[in-house]
Write a protein that binds this ligand. Structure first.
Ligand code: GDP
Length: 491
């Protein structure tokens, strides 16, 4: 595959450089703004209509906002207010229904496209925040030709009109639903394009590599020499390094958004529920002396320095004939499969046997903390020790000794100490794309070592493609549909 056989996309403002070349068979996979019209043909046609939605929460509030976007937005607002509305000026007046009766009074703000959220003409009608009144106002807009917006349709239009890339569009939803201050700050940064900018940086390095290798393949007689240069190896390593740094940051960003999934496991009666209660600071779990009382999973979210940690208390792991308890144990194993961290609780008076029994259930869990509970009964002081199988902490859920150490370990697991002013939010989808992009780079290096230029070029292409998925510079209508349908209506 050489440059002569590649299709060249013209430079554009999305960051694809003028040297990027796309292989013809894969052409349809790369959107680039140039291609959006093709891939989005169906959606584009719908673009001529005007959409409307209640943009604020559907609950009584001081103010409620109706949002209109599309070519008729301005005209509809002028009919409702029966006055001329000027762009970027507040227009106070009554909102009138079809019989000229007032629905409410309030203000209209007109953002003429392309200087608006969606890039189209947008009008916001601010009325009193009564859900019935807002529904009436929305109905009036629909009667005048607007259509009820689908969830996420405003942001989808912003994406289609190149106001936002895909990662930024997702950050809008993440900002709205952020469960902590740190998560909201990080989502705001992604919305500002900080994550996308980092992706583009890595992409630029990758593009240079691709161009270099494709050029080498274009001159077969010199190909081997070209591919063997130390400079090429150096560049590849640099891109690998940048990509793995970005992956680590994205994983942190995902943790910030999703929180950390911590699963408490252990035999019945070792003190799992007591531990959860103490960490959560309130008596949520049922604590009894009868073994096997926690048959279902119980969740409690706590925040440590702004990061949400979801604690999951599970049924005690043991052999049982009780069908309900068996189901609880099955669920415990399911939770463990998704755990970022397991708190393996053991009764310190019976530690060795318990650890052996538990270890089997914990295969595949990325991180384990061994908690020797009831140290008040075994008369061991609260302490910590790093052993071959990870950290062991001695504590007591009854009197609270050792819990400061446990909280510090949870802070570490949540990555609280690594979160800095530059952290951005990311989603599982982004992390997964970066993992694939990194894996392709590793394969590309192997192929280069074996002087397999064509195969190395293919791996780099795959890596580039995976990276493009993050910001939306490639296809997948279905992917876009999935992302925007998870938004709330009015965004
Ligand atoms: P689970 O079945 O593992 O969830 O255990 P529970 O939290 O229900 O606790 C079982 C029993 O052990 C209860 O009577 C608790 O009060 C008691 N217990 C839990 N932790 C401690 C501890 O650290 N010290 C002492 N002395 N008792 C504890």
């Amino acid at each position: 595959m050489g440059i002569s056989r590649l299709l060249q996309l013209s430079p554009n403002k999305s960051g694809w450089g003028d040297t990027i070349a796309f292989p013809a068979p894969h052409f349809s996979k790369y959107i680039g703004p140039l291609m959006r019209a093709f891939v989005y043909d169906g959606h584009m046609n719908k673009h001529i209509d005007t959409i409307v939605a209640i943009a604020t929460a559907k609950a009584p509030a001081g103010i409620g906002i109706i949002r209109l976007s599309g070519p008729q937005a301005h005209c509809i607002a002028e009919i409702i207010q029966q006055k001329k509305i000027t762009a970027r000026q507040v227009s106070y007046g009554r909102f009138l229904d079809g019989t000229d009766a007032a629905i409410d009074d309030g203000i209209a703000i007109y953002f003429a496209g392309p200087h608006s959220y969606t890039g189209e003409d947008v009008v916001e009608l601010q009325a009193h925040g009564n859900p019935y009144l807002l529904m009436q106002l929305q109905k009036r807009c629909i009667a005048l030709g607007a259509r009820q917006a689908r969830p996420g349709e405003f942001t989808e239009r912003a994406f289609l009109n190149e106001k936002l890339d895909l990662a930024q569009a997702e950050a809008v939803a993440d900002l709205i639903s952020a469960g902590s201050e740190a998560a909201a700050r990080a989502a705001r940064r992604s919305l500002d394009g900080e994550f996308s900018a980092r992706v583009h940086e890595v992409e630029q390095g990758l593009v240079q590599l691709r161009v270099y290798i494709e050029a080498a393949l274009d001159f077969p007689e010199e190909e081997i020499d070209f591919l063997a240069t130390p400079e090429l190896q150096k560049r590849l390593r640099r891109v690998q390094h940048d990509m793995s740094t970005l992956l680590q940051e994205a994983e942190r960003g995902k943790r910030l958004l999703d929180g950390v999934h911590v699963v408490i496991v252990g035999a019945p009666n070792v003190g799992k529920s007591s531990l959860l209660n103490r960490l959560a600071g309130e008596e949520r779990a049922i604590v009894t002396e009868i073994a096997g009382t926690t048959r279902d999973v119980l969740r409690e979210a706590i925040t440590i320095d702004g990061v949400v940690i979801t604690l999951v208390d599970t049924a005690g792991l043991r052999e049982t004939v009780d069908i309900v308890e068996q189901e609880g144990i099955k669920r415990a194993h399911r939770e463990l499969a998704q755990a970022d961290l397991a708190l393996a609780v053991i009764d310190d008076r019976n530690a060795e046997v318990s650890i052996v029994e538990l270890r089997q259930s914990l295969t595949g869990v990325p991180k384990i903390l061994w908690l020797h509970n009831k140290c008040d009964l075994s008369a061991r002081p609260a302490m910590q020790e790093l052993q071959d199988d990870g950290w062991h902490l001695w504590l007591s859920a009854r009197d609270g000794q050792g819990f400061d150490g446990l909280r510090e370990k949870l802070r570490e697991a949540a990555g609280v100490n690594e979160i800095d002013a530059g952290s951005f939010s990311a989603r599982a989808r982004h992390v997964e794309a970066l993992v694939r992009a990194s894996a392709s780079l590793v394969l590309a290096e192997q192929q280069l070592v074996q002087k397999q230029g064509e195969l190395a070029a293919q791996e780099l292409r795959d890596s580039h493609h995976a990276l493009g998925e993050i910001t939306g510079h490639m296809d997948a209508d279905a992917l876009l549909g999935r992302i925007f349908s998870s938004f709330c209506i009015g965004k």
